[in-house]
Design a protein around this ligand. Structure first.
Ligand SMILES: Cc1ncc(COP(=O)(O)O)c(C=O)c1O
Length: 371
């Protein structure tokens, strides 16, 4: 069928491709960094207690109850907090609010006196969340991709104060490596004219959060999610933190797009989740223990495994068999993530599941024809 009714935009996009959501009882799903444990029973109670009266009405467009709970959790003010329909949505709104900058005029001019402009490029690491370039293409934001260091860490000194913006996950995905808080503070000091968005989707599994710095640095935005450590990927709930001026920019974009990104159930579930922190501390500790045990088991099998501060492992199988191992595991119903690209061709990303899931993975690896 022809695309004659498509907009030019719809035609030129290359959308993000999420990991396969294969259904079935015999699938061990280690490909989208979901939490293997359910959310707190209190969250499930809050969801079940939502009655027809609550559902009949539009939700609070400001999500103030949830924002206050998050503010209390982080010892900041509700005016520092923004919430949205998953951190993916928050990132999209942030790209619109902060990164669609006009080209900047350079101080020098052309010979005819006309202004020389330079593009305000968004800077992000070469290996990072693959949604960033997709949002750039959607919104016509020029990109500057920063090559990784030899050890796969982010080359922090390579970011510059270009005014276009900087974004990176910390800890990073898919590499699983974390930057210390000092390195981020040093960057914020060095690039005062450039907005820095730190995507802390995985921070609870071993990273150092910079949420506490939002009132100190006018150029800092931090995003977090309920999808990973809080087991609510199916709910779609994310948060962002910044000074009130930057939060206002996010609110302006949100209110020009969808006034009610967080539904009644999501707001209640989020509040209930924050009220049961002990439950999450325990499930995060369990995931960290399983991660460390799996890391050792893979190293013993000759894999190269990066030092993970997340709920996934970034690993390179011996003999450069990443793609064939990925295919073999998929046939066995063990789903992991593989990107068929130059830099990543020898690597796979494995989400940390239950101990049983990881035992299934390890025994499948032991039976793989290439090992
Ligand atoms: C680095 C990073 N940021 C953001 C997200 C989006 O999370 P969500 O939209 O579920 O909050 C993900 C999801 O995998 C991620 O890996």
């Amino acid at each position: 069928m022809s695309n004659k009714f498509w907009s030019e935009l719809a035609e030129r996009l290359t959308p993000y491709v999420p990991g396969e959501q294969r259904q079935g009882d015999n699938v061990v799903k280690l490909n989208t960094n979901e939490n293997p444990y359910p959310p707190s029973p209190r969250v499930l109670q809050a969801i079940a207690a939502t009655d027809g009266h609550a559902m009949r009405r539009y939700p609070d467009p400001t999500s103030i109850g949830l924002r206050e709970s998050l503010a209390q959790y982080h010892s900041i003010d509700a005016a520092n907090v923004f919430v949205g329909n998953g951190s993916d949505e928050i990132l999209a709104l942030a790209f619109m609010a902060f990164f669609t900058k006009k080209a900047k005029e350079k101080s020098s001019a052309n010979i005819d006196g006309s202004a020389i402009t330079e593009d305000a490029e968004l800077q992000f690491p070469e290996l990072s969340y693959s949604f960033y370039p997709v949002y750039c293409d959607l919104l016509n934001i020029p990109k500057r991709v920063i090559p990784m260091c030899e050890d796969f860490s982010i080359d922090m000194p390579a970011f510059d104060n270009n005014g276009g913006g900087i974004i990176f996950p910390n800890p990073n995905a898919p590499t699983s490596l974390a930057q210390p808080k000092q390195a981020i503070e040093a960057l914020l000091e060095r690039v005062p004219d450039t907005l820095v968005l730190v995507d802390e989707a995985y921070v609870d599994f071993g990273g150092q959060s910079v949420v506490q710095l939002v009132n100190q640095y006018p150029n800092l935005v931090v995003s977090q999610t309920f999808s990973k450590s809080r087991s609510l990927a199916g709910m779609r709930l994310g948060s962002a933190y910044a000074n009130p001026n930057l939060i206002e920019a996010l609110e302006r974009v949100k209110n020009s797009f969808n006034s009610y990104p967080c539904d009644v159930i999501a707001q209640r579930a989020g509040i209930a989740s924050l009220a049961d922190d002990a439950y999450y501390q325990q499930s995060v500790q369990q995931i960290i223990a399983t991660r460390n045990r799996t890391s050792e088991a893979l190293k013993a099998r000759g894999f190269r495994v990066l030092e993970s501060a997340t709920n996934f492992l970034f690993v390179s199988p011996p003999g450069n068999h990443a793609q064939s191992l990925f295919n073999y595991l998929s046939e066995q119903g063990v789903l992991v993530r593989y990107w068929n690209s130059d830099k990543l061709e020898h690597w796979i990303r494995v989400s940390v599941g239950t101990d049983e899931d990881m035992n299934t993975l390890l025994s499948a690896i032991d039976k793989a024809p290439m090992s």
